[in-house]
Design a protein around this ligand. Sequence first.
Ligand SMILES: [Zn+2]
Length: 255
Amino acid sequence: MSKTIISRKGWGSRGPRKPFSWLNKRRVQGIALHHSGVKNGPKGVAAVKAFERHHMDANGWNAIAYNWLVDEDGVIYEGRGAGVISAATRPYNSRTESICYTGDGDKAVPEKSLESIRWLIGDIQERYGQKLWVKGHRDLASTSCPGTWLYNWLQSGMGITRMPEPQEWDGIKAQIERLGAIVARKPLSRRRRSRGEAVRVAQERLKAIGIDPGPVDGVFGGRTRIAVLNFQRKYRDVLSVDGVIGRNTWKVLFS
Ligand SMILES: [Zn+2]
């Protein structure tokens, strides 16, 4: 599925005061999610223009702060755009691309907007080889942004996996432990052509935390191996980066 992105020209941006600075692709670590934080603020293009005005005229910044914006109808706007250093996520501006939901993230966000945010995250991940974490602004600075509702949505796997009911948790914990014991004896890998329940559960988990393992099919293929490598790179202090799910990787994956 592809989406239309309204370009800077398309929404009538004033453009930057001076040329944009480019991100160093190897240094980029993540995606930061923001919201407007304004109750009953302007909608659609008007919201995007209001941000631009505020960021340039009141804050004195070079341009609208965000790389991307998504409005309440799910329309996607190019802010600074792909690969540009942004301004709203200090001190992570040169290590992230940022997305701003122009509505209020403290209230339920329309499904159309969530779908666009998900799509945008997937699109950014693709440009950076699926290696990025996705965090709310509040994980990176002292702020309530991107609002509690939107933040919880992000934390619970962006609606890709359903959050279990409280009484289901015990069963799930037991399942993870049982499979973990199996994995400790016989690690999961592409070379072994591992398949089955443990592989499927690991794929589901990777997907829920924003690392795309390919189809959740219980088959340890090339894309799952790349996802495992990306996961292990994030935790390279404690895990060896070998693309194999053994005792330790399983433990960190479900901790
Ligand atoms: Zn923010």
